[in-house]
Design a protein around this ligand. Structure first.
Ligand code: GDP
Ligand code: MG
Length: 202
């Protein structure tokens, strides 16, 4: 035996609508864009978009959630993160129990430019613990992402890094990352941390 093991971990992403949850989990490595660009050049753009949209819309309408998988190498383990995202119903209804069931890590996301999204973190944190009901709520791994730090060169931010870190400290030292899904800043390190936290909780 080589000692390598493949592990599947469920990660769920929570936060107010519009903070960038879907954008964060849909970051692809650079070469993916090159391949896609080539693909788009040789095919009709409209046709591809139609097929893709139709598929993902139907899928999301059926289960009310969507997930992507990311493969990461952590020490000697090949880890597959199954990252669950809502299909937008975080706005008006609670998410089904299937969404929370068996989660190994919970990623909370807010927008550093929107105070309300930061104030909502408390609710999302509580809602997760209530719905997922983990064996040991105190040690369950959460990670906080402060997203959209690129907006207006940082001039429109209303939540300081210090304030976010204080909230994390009060919640039992939740790791904190400032990200930009748009500029692909700090997204990979955040997911690496998420994978490590989920693995430790497995
Ligand atoms: P969700 O509702 O939390 O899933 O948010 P989305 O991923 O749908 O993003 C909401 C909007 O914010 C979209 O228009 C995104 O393009 C935009 N967005 C997401 N992340 C960023 C970011 O890091 N920077 C900027 N400037 N815009 C972002
Ligand atoms: Mg979304």
């Amino acid at each position: 035996m080589s000692g390598r093991r493949r592990t599947l971990l469920k990660v769920i992403v929570l936060g107010d609508s519009g903070v960038g949850k879907t954008s964060l989990m849909n970051q692809y490595p650079f070469p993916f864009y090159l391949i896609l660009l080539f693909f788009l050049l040789i095919r009709s753009i409209r046709e591809i978009r139609y097929v893709h949209n139709k598929f993902s819309q139907q899928y999301k309408a059926t289960i009310g959630a969507d997930f992507v998988t990311k493969e990461l190498q952590i020490d000697d383990k090949l880890v597959t993160l199954q990252i669950w995202d809502t299909a937008g119903q975080e706005r008006f209804q609670s998410l089904g129990v299937a969404f929370y069931r068996g989660a190994d890590c919970c990623v909370l996301v807010y927008d550093v430019n929107v105070m309300r999204s930061f104030d909502s973190l408390e609710n999302w944190h509580d809602e997760f613990l209530k719905q997922a009901n983990p064996a040991d709520p105190k040690s369950f791994p959460f990670i906080l992402l402060g997203n959209k730090i690129d907006v207006d060169g940082g001039n429109s931010r209303v939540v300081s890094e210090k304030k976010a870190k204080e909230w994390c400290a009060a919640k039992g030292n939740i790791p904190y990352f400032e990200t930009s899904a748009k500029e692909d800043y700090n997204v990979d390190p955040a997911f690496f941390c998420i994978a490590k936290a989920a693995l430790a909780n497995e």
